[in-house]
Design a binder for this molecule. Structure first.
Ligand code: PRP
Length: 177
């Protein structure tokens, strides 16, 4: 992608804020009376996670995982791995994974299967955005913010070559050439 591509607002920061209010209400309704363990996927989910947890009036812990894909994400779901083992035991815990965007599904399919093997009491996924047209492996999203088109998405934590994570809106890279 060359420099004639520019970020154009797809979902504004105000729309994101309203969406997070809705998601937080749904999560609080479902987890009332439980201690929640949030697992946020670096790096893309860090902005979403920071905003979401401040809307959750529940006892909770936040942990982060860093995943690496090698050999190219499109080649095989089996090529994703945890960079470090989980730093917290999750057996018997109510685990909610926080992700910015689900694309092919390889990342989440790998992580949810990995976490399920650790026998949590419950395991769900909250994703800010979903690109269903790109899906290669199925992923169940329990709490979803937005369905986005099959465009290159940046902003609100999501990068292009490590750039644009700081944009307050979710943007699509548009060809302005
Ligand atoms: C992005 C995004 C998801 C993953 C989704 O991460 O944050 O983790 O891709 O893609 P998939 O459904 O095709 O697996 P990326 O690899 O860009 O790393 P980052 O979170 O550090 O930006």
């Amino acid at each position: 992608m060359n420099s004639q591509f520019k970020p154009r607002i797809l979902i504004s920061s105000a729309e994101i804020e309203a969406c997070i209010t809705r998601l937080a209400a749904d999560i609080m309704r479902d987890y009332t009376g439980r201690n929640l363990l949030l697992i946020s996927i670096l790096k893309g989910a860090f902005v979403f996670t920071a905003d979401l947890i401040r809307r959750l009036d529940l006892p909770l812990e936040v942990h982060f995982v860093l995943l690496s894909s090698y050999g190219g994400r499109m080649e095989s779901a089996g090529k994703i791995r945890l960079v470090q083992p989980l730093q917290c035991p999750i057996r018997g815990r109510h685990v909610l994974v926080i992700e910015d965007i689900v694309d092919t599904g390889f990342t989440l399919s790998f992580l949810m299967e990995y976490l399920a093997r650790e026998q949590p009491a419950s395991l769900k996924l909250c994703a800010l955005a979903d690109k269903p047209f790109r899906r290669v492996v199925p992923v169940t999203i329990d709490y979803l913010g937005f369905t986005v088109p099959d465009k290159f998405i940046v902003g609100y934590g999501i990068d292009w070559d490590e750039k644009f994570r700081n944009l307050p809106d979710i943007c699509a890279m548009e060809d302005e050439g």
